[in-house]
Design a protein around this ligand. Sequence first.
Ligand code: TRP
Length: 327
Amino acid sequence: MEKVVSGIRPTGNLHLGNYFGAVTNFVRMQNDYNCYFFIADWHSLTTHPKPEDIVQSVDTILAEYLACGLDPEKSTIYVQSDVKEVLELYLFLNMNAYLGELERVTTFKEKARKQPDNVNAGLLTYPTLMASDILIHRALKVPVGKDQEQNMEMARKCARRFNNIYGVDFFPEPQSFYFSEKAVKIPGLDGSGKMGKSEGNCIYLKDDAKTIQKKVMKAVTDSGPTQPNSPKPEVIENLFTFLNIVSEPDTVKFFEEKWNDCSIRYGDLKKQLAQDIIKFTDPIRERIAQYSADKDLLHKIAAQGADKARQSAQETIKEVRHIIGFR
Ligand code: TRP
């Protein structure tokens, strides 16, 4: 089976947008590929988190991904910082990465603008660390969002350059596998286009029934249709998009008809939507709670994953050392 690698940024809790985006795609890929999924805790250092934040966020994100269906029997699930071989490759790759090309990466420029007092070297070499994550397993495919295009281009450049410098055909060029094309887009309920952490409009998987209800009932609507069969304004379309994802087809049909004959009551629609979201997320939330409460299990899973990831990493790094001349 082809090797797939992807990194998960340990930033906060998963929301429905994540769930129907990356997470569902990861879960599906487990059956068709030899998947390596890791929590990118080294990468998170580029923004200088506190020690307790790192521990906390790694445990949280691991529990949430497992609750969503990442399966340690099918995939290799590990924490980046457990596999030190990545660092050695990072060092080697950095020797052949150039200031100019690293400075041109858009995400670097953006970060530099956002945290002008903390434009650290780790931020600059974020792409070479990411390349190491991927090349350490000699992975062929990398499921990422569109925003990772430049980082992926750097990873391919690192692979090509290594092969050229040493006259070998060692690293395959990893291809991006854009899950955004297949992802179901979850709209925001505040009238904005999409659900996102920076938009502050998220329904989190860990949210309890009451919280979900409150958030859905606050959803932005309009004053209602005045003519039969009129097109829906975006905020209403968003509610229907949501309904289509979590509700029964009959429910959707019911509200479509209500919209079309102008008898729709948004309060009813929201109540139904909240109920269906709760029904959908309830079992996930329960599993999150179970995993979160069982640190021993979490750490056992991470340790097992690290062992498997290390095996694969060691095979690569041994050959890399030899090729470079450390014999
Ligand atoms: N940069 C990725 C993101 O921001 C996370 C990441 C780190 C990653 N290393 C990776 C993704 C390796 C794929 C492969 O989402």
